[in-house]
Design a protein around this ligand. Structure first.
Ligand SMILES: Nc1ncnc2c1ncn2[C@@H]1O[C@H](COP(=O)(O)OP(=O)(O)OP(=O)(O)O)[C@@H](O)[C@H]1O
Ligand SMILES: [Mg+2]
Length: 249
């Protein structure tokens, strides 16, 4: 589904990615691990059009997307969450979800081409969908509360719900479990397992190896901007190259 071909990206003298190649093949959930600063988030920025790579290609279902702007990549079916939460604290949970759709469909011009009735119907459908996603996250009771009232972990669930509003086929999660209590980690795992069963695909950056083992079917290891190992999670965690990347020789 997603193929990264020899992607490089540098910032001044720092090569965040260097000849980075990987392919998600048919794995429903693929993990991306590696020490701090190894290039994981940069790769997400490249895949989603926030950065244009200096070299290499990103193929999604066979099509090169590395030069497309973010909104076009979203329309092709790639969604993401951010390592640092990007929730709107003063907006309600409901509006945090509805805003995803407004942003992409360019709602302001819609009434010019369709009837108000259609606009209303579309809005009702979006509300229904937002409500069912909040229910999936166990947050429907808080739908009208400002998102600023939520815990750090709950905000991550709202961000995932907002991503799902746009029906992505592939979802990139940047450290979904970081800084979250065990009860909410369990909730996130349950939600992702349910979405996997529905056919959603995932690429997941995560430092918590237990989470990687429970979620991912295959893992790539980044070090200094390149893939140094890949394999099933329970095998990769004991790979000498991987241990060396994390802990040194
Ligand atoms: N916008 C930027 N400007 C300059 N350097 C950057 C920028 N973004 C990333 N880098 C550098 O690129 C390298 C890779 O950073 P990146 O954030 O991709 O790492 P990461 O694997 O996500 O790390 P972490 O596990 O800490 O989140 C680091 O050396 C980082 O300092
Ligand atoms: Mg990162």
């Amino acid at each position: 589904m997603l193929k990264i071909e020899k992607v490089s990206k540098h910032f001044g003298g720092v090569w965040a990615l260097r000849d980075c190649s990987l392919e998600t093949r048919d794995w429903p959930a693929v993990g991306l691990i590696g020490p701090n600063g190894s290039g994981k988030t940069t790769l997400f920025h490249v895949i989603t059009g926030f950065y244009t790579p200096d070299a290499g290609h990103v193929l999604f279902d066979g099509e090169a997307i590395q030069s497309l702007p973010t909104h076009k990549i979203v329309k092709k079916g790639i969604g993401r969450t951010f390592q640092i939460s990007r929730i709107f604290e003063t907006l309600s949970l409901m509006d945090n979800l509805l805003i995803a759709r407004k942003h992409v469909t360019g709602e302001a011009v819609l009434p010019l081409f369709t009837s108000w009735k259609k606009v209303k119907e579309e809005e009702d459908r979006a509300r229904e969908k937002a409500l069912s996603l909040l229910a999936l996250m166990g947050l429907e009771a808080k739908k009208d509360e400002p998102a600023g009232n939520l815990s750090y972990g709950q905000r991550k669930l709202v961000e995932l719900a907002r991503t799902l509003m746009l029906d992505p086929a592939l979802i990139l999660l940047d450290e979904p479990a970081a800084g979250i209590n065990p009860t909410l980690i369990q909730k996130i795992l349950t939600v992702i397992h349910a979405l996997k069963k529905e056919g959603k695909r995932f690429l997941i950056i995560e430092h918590n190896m237990d989470v990687i083992i429970r979620l991912c079917d295959w893992v790539f290891v980044l070090d200094a901007g390149s893939v140094i190992a890949e394999g099933p999670p329970d095998i990769i965690r004991n790979d000498p190259k991987v241990l060396e990347a994390y802990f040194g020789k």
